[in-house]
Design a binder for this molecule. Structure first.
Ligand code: CTP
Length: 399
C-alpha cells in the first residue's frame, strides 16, 4: 500500500464506547510512521483515560482542554496548522451535528473549524441513530465539504441491538487515511456491497449432501478489500472456515435456495453485487429425513436445477453494478462471453479452477471480461487478485 506524504495525524476522540479502539489506532498509526497527537472530548474521558492517550502519543500537553493552562490559548490554531490529517474516531452523532453547524464551542470543534487539513470521521452510534435522517443528512453536508465518513460496520451493538453503526476496525480506519486519495477509496466509500461467497450444500439425507471444493476465500478477500476502501459490506456465505473481519456483515446460509432468498431480501438497496459463490447447480428433488440405507450396487438420485442467483439479481436490478464469476477448467472466450450475456452482468471474472488454482486455494488466475474487452490479471494471491478486481471495477464505472 502506498503511503501518502501526510504524516501528522490529529486524532479527536469523542464520547462513545468505541473509544476503546482509539489506543489501537494510535499504536498502528505510529507503527506505520505517522506522528500522532490527540484531543479528547469531556465524555471521551469517561471511557478511556487521558493518561493512556498522552502516554501512547507522547505529546506534551494532555489531550483535553485545561482552562488553567495558558498554553491552551492558541492551542486550537497550533493544532489546526500542525495536522496534515484530522481523524475523528470515534465520531458521535453529537460531534457530527456540531461539525455540520460549524460549532466552535470546544477544543475539538474549534480546531477542526480552524484547520485546512484533510478531515475524516469514523462514526460510532446506535443503529437507529445512524439510520436517522438527521445523521445521514449531516453526513451528506459534511461529504460535500470534503469531510469524509469512514463507513461503520454492521454487527451487535453495545446496547444489545444489531445493525449499522459500529465504528470501523482500527485497520480499516487507518487504511482510509492511507488510501484517502485513491480512486478506489473515492469510489467505494459508503457504497453498499453485497457478495455471495463459498460453496452451497444441497441436502440428500441427514448425513449426506452435494457440494463442491469452494472455500469462500475469493469472496472473503473481495469483502475485506472493499471494506478497507470504506464500503458497507454484507457477505452471504455458504459453509466456510475463512477468518471473518469485524465490521463486515456475514450471513450464513447452507443451500442454494437459502442463498438465493437471503440475497434477494438484502438486494433492495445495494450499490455493488458480486456473485463470488460457487453455487451448486443442482439439488436433490427429494430429501430424506432418515439416512438412506445401502441397497444394491447402484443408486439413482433425481436432481433439479437450482435457481440462478446472479441472473435473478441482474434481471431485477439491471442498472446497478453487477459482477459475476465463471469458474472454468478451460477458459474459452466465446463461452465466457455467452455466460456474460446470459447472466446479464457488466463484468464477469473467469478463473481457472483445478491444478492448485481457484477452489480451496490461496491463489487464483483470473481474466476480467466485459462486453468490449478482456483484461488478464494473471496468477496471484487471492487478496491481490481481489485488489486488481476492485481497482478494475472502480475504473470501469468511473468512466
Ligand atoms: N451463479 C449463481 N447461481 C447459480 C449458479 C451460478 O448466482 N445457481 C453465479 C456464480 O456465483 C457465478 C456465476 O453465476 O458468479 C457463474 O457461475 P458458474 O458456476 O461459472 O456458471 P453456471 O451458471 O453454473 O454454468 P456452468 O456451471 O454450466 O458453467
Amino acid at each position: 500500500m502506498k503511503m501518502k506524504s501526510k504524516k501528522k495525524v490529529l486524532l479527536c476522540i469523542t464520547g462513545s464506547i468505541a473509544a476503546y479502539k482509539s489506543p489501537e489506532i494510535i499504536r498502528i498509526l505510529k507503527s506505520k510512521g505517522f506522528e500522532v497527537k490527540a484531543l479528547m472530548s469531556k465524555n471521551a474521558c469517561n471511557f478511556i483515560t487521558p493518561l493512556t492517550i498522552q502516554t501512547l502519543t507522547g505529546q506534551d500537553l494532555p489531550p483535553y482542554y485545561d482552562s488553567n493552562n495558558t498554553e491552551y490559548s492558541m492551542h486550537h490554531i497550533n493544532l489546526a496548522k500542525w495536522a496534515d490529517v484530522i481523524l475523528v474516531a470515534p465520531a458521535t452523532a453529537d460531534i457530527i451535528s456540531k461539525l455540520t453547524c460549524g460549532d466552535a464551542g470546544n477544543l475539538i470543534t474549534s480546531t477542526i473549524l480552524a484547520s485546512k487539513a484533510k478531515t475524516l470521521i469514523a462514526p460510532a452510534m446506535n443503529k437507529n441513530m445512524w439510520d436517522s435522517q438527521s445523521v445521514q443528512g449531516n453526513l451528506r453536508v459534511l461529504n460535500e465539504r470534503d469531510i469524509k465518513c469512514i463507513a461503520p460496520g454492521i454487527g451487535s451493538q453495545a446496547c444489545g441491538d444489531y445493525g449499522s453503526g459500529n465504528m470501523a476496525s482500527p485497520n480499516s480506519v487507518i487504511n482510509s487515511i492511507i488510501n484517502d486519495n485513491s480512486k478506489e477509496y473515492s469510489f467505494f466509500l459508503n457504497k453498499k456491497v453485497l457478495i455471495t461467497a463459498g460453496p452451497t450444500q444441497e441436502k440428500i439425507d441427514p448425513v449426506r449432501y452435494i457440494s463442491n471444493y469452494s472455500s469462500g476465500k475469493m469472496g472473503y478477500a473481495l469483502a475485506e478489500v472493499m471494506y478497507d476502501y470504506g464500503a458497507q459490506v454484507t457477505v452471504i456465505t455458504g459453509p466456510s472456515h475463512e477468518r471473518r473481519q469485524s465490521g463486515i456483515n456475514y450471513i450464513d446460509v447452507v443451500s442454494a435456495k437459502e442463498m438465493h432468498d437471503i440475497t434477494v431480501e438484502h438486494s433492495v438497496d445495494y450499490d455493488v453485487f458480486i456473485a463470488a459463490a460457487a453455487v451448486a447447480d443442482y439439488s436433490p428433488i427429494d430429501t430424506y429425513h432418515k439416512k438412506i440405507k445401502k441397497d444394491g450396487d447402484f443408486i439413482t438420485l433425481k436432481l433439479k436445477q437450482n435457481i440462478d442467483i446472479l441472473a435473478s439479481i441482474t434481471t431485477k436490478y439491471p442498472n446497478r453494478i453487477n459482477v459475476g464469476f465463471a469458474a472454468e477448467t478451460n477458459i474459452i472466450d466465446d463461452e465466457i462471453m455467452a455466460k456474460l450475456k446470459k447472466k446479464k452482468c457488466d463484468i464477469l471474472i473467469a478463473n481457472e479452477v483445478g491444478g492448485g488454482k481457484g477452489f480451496n486455494s490461496n491463489y487464483n488466475k483470473a481474466t476480467i471480461y466485459t462486453k468490449n474487452e478482456k483484461t488478464g490479471i494473471g496468477f496471484d494471491s487471492k487478496i491481490n487478485i481481489a485488489k486488481k478486481i476492485i481497482s478494475f471495477i472502480s475504473k470501469y464505472y468511473s468512466c
